[in-house]
Design a binder for this molecule. Structure first.
Ligand code: C2E
Ligand code: MG
Ligand code: MG
Ligand code: MG
Length: 283
């Protein structure tokens, strides 16, 4: 009896594994065609300067709208794009598109200095042609390098660390800014903050989530902000969802705020509306 049950269970598991494997293969074949079929688009989530309460930039976040699967979240396809190497082409498209949009938005009064932050995968960053792709995106869009920020995770920066440092320096030489994304979630030692050429620290959302007066997260966030400022870095908090979190971050003198409380990621036209509505009053 037990044996029979066990047998069924094995069959059940292997069916499930088959269907997962099939889903993956299907997803991969859809992903291969997604670029040429124009199924990707970008959403933009504003960055707010905490002091002046103004929009100083946005993060580009990719979205995939597939005719059969619907909207596939990045968490479901970015890892697959990385495994298959498709991320290099996809990431190139994100970079070029985001630069073109931003250059256009800089024509809007009050937004001449708008910054754009683009997420870059380790694999894309490690490509020998990465710097020339960045240069190309800047040249074709006409965007100034100083308005482009590239977001990398700690692990992406520390993979082939000495090579990565060279690439980051080369990018900074152009004027491009480098951000550490999801700061605090990696396993790396803090000494890398001394050695890596970086401009911005983005405190991971997981620390902001439970940020309350007298919480452990408050102590951690406070320490990150103090350390970041001591290292002359611009400190950004991601994932702000409440008024209280924002007010704590303001008291801690965090520089830049991002999160649903301020604005969710918005499609191009929605973002343009948001910019017009939050236009700094020009005296
Ligand atoms: P990330 O770069 O850390 O981006 C922040 C994620 O948190 C975004 O999810 C954003 O929508 C979400 N978020 C922002 N504010 C809040 C908030 O207040 N509460 C909550 N709960 N979530 C918030 P999204 O757009 O699903 O992207 C997930 C991840 O996918 C990104 O994390 C990034 O690692 C990756 N990703 C997105 N676009 C790209 C891209 O163009 N290239 C690459 N390589 N990765 C990308
Ligand atoms: Mg990011
Ligand atoms: Mg992040
Ligand atoms: Mg994050």
């Amino acid at each position: 009896q037990a044996k029979k049950l066990g047998g069924n269970r094995i069959k059940f598991y292997s069916d499930e594994m088959n269907s997962q494997a099939l889903y993956r293969i299907e997803l991969e074949s859809y992903l291969r065609k997604a670029l040429e079929k124009n199924e990707f688009f970008l959403c933009y989530q504003p960055f707010i300067d905490i002091d002046s309460d103004t929009v100083i930039g946005a993060e580009a976040l990719i979205r995939w709208n597939h005719p059969k699967l619907g909207l596939v979240p990045p968490a479901d396809f970015i890892p697959l794009a990385e495994e298959t190497g498709l991320i290099i082409e996809i990431g190139g498209w994100v970079l070029e598109t985001a630069c073109v949009h931003t250059k256009n938005w800089q024509q809007v009064e009050g937004y001449q200095e708008l910054n754009i932050s683009v997420n870059v995968s380790a694999q894309q960053f490690q490509q020998p042609s990465f710097v020339s792709e960045v240069k190309h995106a800047l040249t074709t869009s006409g965007l100034s390098a100083c308005h482009l920020h590239l977001e990398l995770t700690e692990s992406a920066m520390l993979k082939n660390a000495s090579y990565s440092i060279e690439v980051m320096k080369e990018l900074q030489g152009l004027g491009v800014k480098i951000s550490v994304d999801d700061f605090g979630t990696g396993y790396s030692s803090l000494s890398y903050l001394r050695d890596l050429p970086i401009n911005n620290l983005k405190i991971d959302r997981s620390f902001i989530k439970n940020l309350r007066a007298e919480s452990k997260d408050l102590a951690i966030v406070h320490a990150i902000i103090t350390m970041g400022k001591g290292l002359n870095l611009n400190v950004i908090a991601e994932g702000i969802e409440t008024e209280e979190q924002l007010s704590i971050l303001r008291q801690l003198t965090c520089n830049v705020a991002q999160g649903y409380y301020l604005s969710k990621p918005k499609e191009q036209t929605e973002f343009e509306k948001f910019m017009n509505d939050s236009q700094p009053s020009l005296v």
